[in-house]
Design a protein around this ligand. Structure first.
Ligand code: UD1
Length: 338
C-alpha cells in the first residue's frame, strides 16, 4: 500500500519512513527541504535497502499538491509531519507559521478527499495541553490556550481534521507527541537542526562535542524535585513505530471512531538535570553547563498518561532515557566523522 509521508526527510518523518519500509509499505516522501537534507533519502536507502520516492514540494501551493496526488494516483494514506516547529521562531513570525502549517494541511485534506484516500495520521503535540493542572495528562485532559503560535497551529490543525473527517469518508488518528529525542541505532539518521538548536538534547550533544559553549539550563526554581523543568522524553524510534501501529489500526478498521487521539510518550517524566546525568553516564563525559533564568514560554512539568495508547492502540514505548541519550550521542559522533 502506498503511503505519502509529508516531512519525510525531517527528524521524526525519516525514522517513520524507515519503519514503514521495513514493514513493506511503499513510501512517497514530500518535503520542501527547508529544514532537512536531501541526502536523508539516501541514508534511508542505506538502512532499509529501498530508496523511497521523493518529491520536493511546497505543500502550501494547492496546484502542486493536486499534481503530486494525481501523479501518484493511488495514495491510500498520508502521515502528515510537514510543519514548522520552532516555538520561539513562531512567536516572532506568527503569520509564517499559520500560513505554512494550516495551508499545507488544508491542501493535503482537499487532495485526499478528491482522490478518495482512506486514512490520515497527524503529527500533533502535547503542547495542546499547555501547563496541565493535573498530571499525568490523559487524552481527555482539557486543551488550554496555546502558549505559542506554533502550539496554536497544532490545535487548529486538530480541529480542521476533526471537522473534515466528520463529513468525509476519511478516518484518522491524531498522535500527541511528548518530547522526541534520540536517533536511529544505525546513526545514519537523527535530529539535524539547521542553525543553532533550540531543543535540549541536540544542545547537550553539541556542547559535549565542542560545537557550542556551555549548555544553559533554563531555570532551577520550578516546583519539581530538583527545581529544573520536567518532560516526558520519548525515543524517536519508539515514536516512529507508533505511526505504523496507528496506520495499521486504520487499515484493519480496528478504530472505534473515525478520529482517535493518542498520547505518545513513555509516561515517565525526567528533569533537565536528570537528562544531563543520563547523558554523562552513557557518554562517559562531564557536561559543561550553567544554570540561567527560565526560558519564556516554558512550562514547568508535563508527562503523559499512556494507558489509552498502551491498551487501545496496542503500542508501548520500550526504550529508556539511557538508550535515548546514547543514540543521540552516537549520532553526534557520527556527524563529526563525516
Ligand atoms: C517544545 C514544545 C513541543 C515541541 C517541541 C519541538 C511546548 C510546551 N513544547 O518542547 O510541543 O514539539 O518544542 O521543538 O511548546 N532546555 C534547557 N536548555 C536548553 C534547551 C532546553 O534547559 O538549551 C530545557 C527547556 O527549558 C525545557 C526542556 O529543556 O525544560 C526541554 O526543552 P525542549 O527540548 O526545547 O522542548 P520543549 O520546550 O519541552
Amino acid at each position: 500500500m502506498k503511503v505519502l509521508v509529508t516531512g519525510g526527510t525531517g527528524y521524526i518523518g525519516s525514522h517513520t519512513v524507515v519503519e514503514l519500509q521495513q514493514k513493506g509499505y511503499e513510501v512517497v516522501i514530500a518535503d520542501n527541504l527547508i529544514n532537512s537534507h536531501r541526502d536523508v533519502v539516501d541514508r534511508i536507502e542505506k538502512i532499509t535497502g529501498i530508496k523511497p520516492c521523493f518529491e520536493q514540494i511546497d505543500l502550501t501551493v494547492e496546484k502542486g499538491v493536486k499534481q503530486m496526488f494525481d501523479k501518484h494516483g493511488d495514495i491510500h494514506s498520508v502521515i502528515h509531519f510537514a510543519a514548522l516547529k520552532a516555538v520561539g521562531e513562531s512567536v516572532k513570525q506568527p503569520l509564517r507559521y499559520y500560513h505554512n502549517n494550516i495551508e499545507s494541511l488544508i491542501n493535503i485534506l482537499d487532495a485526499m478527499n478528491r482522490i478518495g484516500s482512506k486514512t490520515i495520521v497527524f503529527s500533533s503535540s502535547c503542547t495542546v495541553y499547555g501547563q496541565p493542572e493535573k498530571l499525568p495528562v490523559t487524552e481527555l485532559s482539557p486543551i488550554q490556550p496555546a502558549c505559542s503560535p506554533y502550539g496554536h497551529t497544532k490545535q487548529i490543525c486538530e480541529e480542521i481534521i476533526a471537522n473534515t473527517l466528520s463529513v468525509s469518508e476519511l478516518n484518522g488518528v491524531l498522535l500527541r507527541y511528548f518530547n522526541p529525542v534520540g536517533a536511529h541505532p544505525s546513526a545514519l539518521i537523527g535530529e539535524l537542526p539547521l542553525g543553532a538548536p533550540n531543543n535540549l538534547v541536540p544542545c547537550i550533544t553539541q556542547t559535549a562535542i565542542g560545537k557550542r559553549p556551555a549548555l544553559k539550563v533554563f531555570g532551577d526554581n520550578y516546583n519539581t524535585p530538583d527545581g529544573t523543568a520536567v518532560r516526558d522524553y520519548i525515543h524517536v524510534v519508539d515514536l516512529a513505530k507508533s505511526h505504523v501501529v496507528a496506520l495499521e489500526r486504520l487499515f484493519n478498521k480496528k478504530n472505534k471512531k473515525n478520529l482517535e487521539i493518542f498520547n505518545i510518550g513513555t509516561g515517565q517524566g525526567y528533569s533537565v538535570l536528570e537528562v544531563i546525568q543520563s547523558f554523562e553516564k552513557v557518554s562517559g563525559r562531564k557536561l559543561d553547563y550553567e544554570i540561567v533564568g527560565r526560558r519564556s514560554g516554558d512550562i514547568e512539568k508535563i508527562w503523559a498518561d499512556t494507558t489509552f495508547a498502551n491498551k487501545e492502540l496496542g503500542w508501548k514505548a520500550v526504550l529508556g532515557i539511557d538508550e535515548m541519550m546514547l543514540s543521540a550521542w552516537n549520532w553526534e559522533i557520527a556527524l563529526k566523522g563525516e
